[in-house]
Design a protein around this ligand. Structure first.
Ligand SMILES: N[C@@H](CCC(=O)N[C@@H](CS)C(=O)NCC(=O)O)C(=O)O
Length: 276
């Protein structure tokens, strides 16, 4: 009787072993297959090589491969690289649209962004920046206070700073910049930056992407403008933002070099003439 009980016990251990082994194999098989054949994954591999920063680590590349990238309609020389800059800073992958004729912006402008296979449509550079922010890792951990400050400055850049940077004809053609003469709002911005390295204090944030992009556009499009006497803290701030690696990644290193040189040279011409 004892022998029979021992044999039965051994048999049941053996069966349990077989069942556990089968369960483990069953779990591994679909995982491996899913990774190899899933079209979403192979598409994002292509996107991440095209749009991720070249120096991103293996770990972050692996992470972005598994997430769907949003599509940005835009081009160099427009407001859209500011969105790329924000996305690089936040480590959010973006795909550039290939066919601009499909741009769904209600006013036919750029930048414009689509996500979730076209279910999501965002226009206005500031709104796009905020959408990109909401997809980032930092958004999960940033405090409510920081999110509120970022959102305020991003909106301010679009609603209040843009119309000072670019003076437009009723047809929407930019004819000059408001940075040639005095401006009360820019005085306040200069004062704000006199006690802070960046818009929110010591650390760079998305608020800087929004504000500095517009300021830097001014000298990109109007290289003769010199406001170093009036707004020296803004000049210092612009240079610090333009020197960032991610600025060059988004706008190009040539643009970065020419802006940094222009900012370095601001005021020098006037000083030279003052000496003689
Ligand atoms: N406030 C808008 C401005 C968009 C805008 O003016 N985009 C320009 C290029 S930077 C454009 O598409 N211009 C062509 C047009 O208005 O038809 C934003 O920040 O996105």
């Amino acid at each position: 009787k004892k022998k029979m009980t021992r044999s039965l016990l051994l048999l049941s251990y053996y069966n349990v072993g077989i069942i556990v082994a089968m369960l483990l194999m069953a779990e591994r098989t679909p995982l491996t297959l899913g990774f190899t054949i899933n079209p979403t994954v192979s598409n994002t591999v292509q996107w991440s090589t095209r749009n991720n920063s070249p120096d991103s680590t293996t770990t972050s590349t692996t992470t972005t491969r598994l997430s769907m990238a949003a599509t940005l309609y835009g081009s160099q020389g427009s407001r859209s690289p500011l969105v790329n800059w924000g996305a690089y800073e936040l480590d959010v992958p973006l795909e550039m649209a290939n066919d601009m004729s499909q741009n769904p912006h209600p006013f036919g402008q750029i930048p414009c962004l689509t996500d979730d296979n076209g279910d999501v449509l965002v226009f206005e550079s500031g709104a796009i920046l905020q959408y990109v922010y909401s997809k980032s890792k930092s958004y999960e951990t940033d405090s409510a206070a920081k999110k509120a400050s970022v959102s305020s400055w991003v909106s301010w850049a679009n609603a209040s700073l843009d119309p000072i940077c670019f003076l437009e004809t009723p047809e929407g053609k930019v004819y000059d910049t408001g940075f040639r003469g005095p401006n009360r709002r820019i005085d306040t911005l200069n004062e704000h930056l006199s006690t802070r390295t960046f818009m929110l204090g010591d650390g760079f944030s998305l608020a800087d992407v929004a504000v500095a992009s517009y300021l830097l556009y001014v000298i990109q499009f109007f290289p003769d403008v010199d406001f170093s006497d009036r707004w020296s803290h803004i000049v210092r701030y612009m240079k610090q933002c333009a020197e960032r690696d991610n600025y060059a990644k988004a706008f190009g290193s040539q643009v970065q070099t020419s802006l940094v040189n222009a900012l370095d040279n601001m005021g020098k011409k006037k000083k030279m003439f003052g000496m003689f």
